[in-house]
Design a binder for this molecule. Structure first.
Ligand SMILES: [Zn+2]
Length: 273
């Protein structure tokens, strides 16, 4: 956390908690850290994507765990925020080219921003680990999205009207280390997998990278270091053009184009029905 100046003393931190091992372990670690440093401004935010049979288990886990370690929880849904959940979005999408994970990711980023603002937080912490980060890098690389790569540098930048910062304290930790920690500390977590996960290339990349790691210990960490250097260089060189971000014509939030990705997705879904 210190390496990339992730937290300062006066921050109010909202932790994005899904019910998976990473986010619950992060909440646990931050709660301990806050207690040791006499800090109280920590809340959990949880999003219900509206995926039948998948979210119910994890919502209960989140509620129980938060009351056990005494952290305030805030739950909101895509349905509340955008008017439709993922199951409905999957039915209404015009083609399979709009993958579940890209729609869900677009909605999730916005939902987290809205919820963090509504609880008065200035920092959002998420449980992304080194494996997640590496997979995302590969996805961006394979889809030609270099702009997203420059946003991947782990040092937080302020964005939006309220100057939110996003931090990923577990970004240098392997996924299996977090599983080990969660089991060791008796942290409950959801085992159910998202029914739409087969639509993403992420699963294939995860298996591929783990296979490499088995034969060449440390290769994921090396790749992470290369990725960090690349994203830093890209970020530095494109800083000027990025500071000219516009406002979305539909919702008024920061956007790279005239209409932001959330509004664009909602428009496509509305048109196809
Ligand atoms: Zn918009």
């Amino acid at each position: 956390m210190q390496k990339f100046s992730m937290l300062s003393h006066s921050d109010k931190v909202a932790v994005g908690v899904s019910g998976g091992k990473d986010s619950l372990a992060l909440l646990y670690v931050l709660k301990k850290f806050f207690e040791e440093h006499d800090r109280t401004k920590l809340v959990a935010i949880t999003i219900d994507e509206g995926i039948h049979g998948y979210r119910d288990e994890s919502l209960q886990i989140v509620k129980d765990f938060c009351s056990q370690i005494k952290v305030e929880t805030n739950i909101s849904s895509y349905k509340d925020l955008f008017g439709l959940g993922m199951d409905q979005a999957m039915q209404e999408r015009p083609s399979e080219k709009m993958t579940s994970c890209s729609m869900c990711g677009t909605f999730r980023r916005r939902a987290i921003d809205i919820m963090a603002e509504s609880v008065g937080a200035n920092v959002v912490a998420t449980g992304h680990n080194l494996d997640d980060h590496l997979q995302t890098f590969m996805i961006n690389l394979l889809s030609g999205d270099t702009e997203r790569i420059c946003w991947m540098y782990p040092e937080p930048v302020q964005y939006g009207p309220n100057g939110l910062r996003k931090v990923k304290p577990f970004v240098e930790i392997y996924e299996h280390e977090i599983v080990f920690y969660a089991v060791l500390r008796d942290i409950p977590f959801q085992s159910e997998e998202c029914p739409y996960m087969h639509e993403s290339i992420r699963t294939e990349l995860r298996e591929f990278l783990n296979k490499l790691e088995t034969g060449h210990a440390g290769i994921k960490y090396n790749a992470y270091n290369s990725m960090t250097k690349i994203s830093k260089m890209l970020k530095t060189s494109s800083m000027r053009s990025l500071s000219h971000s516009k406002e979305c014509l539909a919702c008024g939030r920061n956007s790279t184009g005239s209409i932001c990705s959330v509004c664009k997705t909602l428009q496509v879904l509305a048109k196809s029905t």
